[in-house]
Ligand binder design. Structure first.
Ligand SMILES: Cc1cc2nc3c(=O)[nH]c(=O)nc-3n(C[C@H](O)[C@H](O)[C@H](O)COP(=O)(O)O)c2cc1C
Length: 230
């Protein structure tokens, strides 16, 4: 058990204890706690102050009906056209290796071997259940957004993730939700000129779940950071 479930006391602590949690407790999150996280995240900066995100927060029956429909579609192979492809193809090095290693480390923890493609696929389907989280978030944005606004949305996501830690919560950012734009449009209220950018699971992380012990590798400081000057 390595998942730190204490509330964070500092930004460093929030950053260091945040991990992508892929197994949540059923315990609901009080609505005022959810609102405080979202209210504080309004202070996220964005280029030109565009605040290009629109945030759809689902709980209870609303969340269940959304994820149930996506799950049923997934199981029947009735896939939708995803909003964006998740990665450049082909991916180059070292990113390719880092991505591969993440998968190996995660499935290694879960005890699912590489050859067992069916079990890996089934496990991946936990994405569609928001990993059992009591709060499911979908972020939409205008289809005409430019690359800088996608950066803004990333910053916003990080605000949510760190604020969640401060509230004793955990998160899973999920590009996965770009695969279900039609069902999202059916269940949520957003105009035709918007589409799904990303999603996020929010809730109390299960400290007893093996998958939550995953500490994904990071590059060393000198691999990605270059200091110039004296
Ligand atoms: C924008 C974004 C989208 C992601 N999408 C998914 C996803 O769909 N499913 C998933 O299991 N993890 C997803 N992740 C989690 C990454 O795999 C994870 O952040 C990375 O491996 C580093 O691990 P850590 O978050 O535990 O530190 C996503 C992360 C980000 C930032």
């Amino acid at each position: 058990m390595t998942l730190n479930t204490n509330a964070s006391k500092s930004v460093t602590d929030a950053l260091m204890t945040r991990v992508t949690v892929r197994d949540f407790l059923e315990k609901p999150v009080a609505s005022d706690v959810i609102k405080t996280v979202l209210d504080t995240a309004r202070r996220t900066p964005s280029g030109g102050n565009l605040q290009p995100w629109r945030v759809h927060v689902m709980t209870g029956g609303k969340l269940d009906s959304f994820r149930d429909e996506c799950y049923a579609k997934l199981m029947s192979g009735d896939m939708e056209q995803m909003t964006f492809t998740p990665y450049p193809s082909p991916l180059w090095e070292p990113q390719r290796t880092w991505r591969y290693k993440l998968g190996e480390d995660m499935y290694g923890l879960l005890g699912i071997p590489r050859e067992d493609k069916a079990a890996r696929m089934m496990w991946l389907a936990n994405n569609v259940k928001f990993f059992g989280a009591p709060v499911g978030i979908i972020i939409t944005g205008n289809k005409a957004l430019e690359m800088p606004q996608y950066l803004d949305v990333g910053i916003y996501l990080q605000s949510l993730m760190l604020l969640a830690r401060e509230a004793g919560l955990h998160t899973a950012p999920q590009g996965w939700w770009r695969s279900w734009p039609d069902t999202a449009r059916k269940h949520l209220d957003f105009p035709d000129d918007e589409h799904v950018l990303v999603g996020m699971s929010l809730g109390y992380g299960n400290p007893d779940a093996k998958v939550n012990d995953l500490i994904a590798d990071r590059a060393e400081l000198d691999e990605l950071v270059y200091f110039y000057g004296d």
